[in-house]
Design a protein around this ligand. Structure first.
Ligand SMILES: [Zn+2]
Length: 107
């Protein structure tokens, strides 16, 4: 077996594994339960790892992982109610028209 990917979190690991599975590539996740569990905190933080069952799949697996890593990172966006312009979630007012994006919730 061959380690092909170290995921930042278990959701990424599952996502990559499912992408590989769609391509008919068998993998095994290690450290699946290393994070978010109860009990002792490991001395060194272990990230979920994806290991390739069949090393012949390596080149295909690498392509799939490369495209996974190149996807745009999902950041929250707030769409302006006034002009429908998407704004980064961190913006408080629309960069385009100045409308307040986040209405304070009452209660
Ligand atoms: Zn706007």
């Amino acid at each position: 077996m061959l380690k092909i990917f170290s995921a930042g979190n278990i959701l990424d690991a599952y996502l990559v594994q499912s992408l590989l599975a769609e391509a008919g590539i068998e993998t095994q996740i290690f450290n699946e339960f290393a994070q978010g569990g109860t009990g002792e905190i490991p001395f060194t933080q272990a990230y979920p790892e994806i290991w390739l069952i069949n090393e012949n799949d390596l080149s295909d697996a690498k392509k799939i992982i490369a495209s996974f890593e190149q996807r745009p990172h999902e950041t929250g966006t707030s769409v302006c109610k006034n002009c429908d312009e998407p704004n980064p979630d961190t913006f408080e007012v629309c960069w385009r028209c100045g409308t307040v994006l986040h209405t304070p919730s009452h209660g």
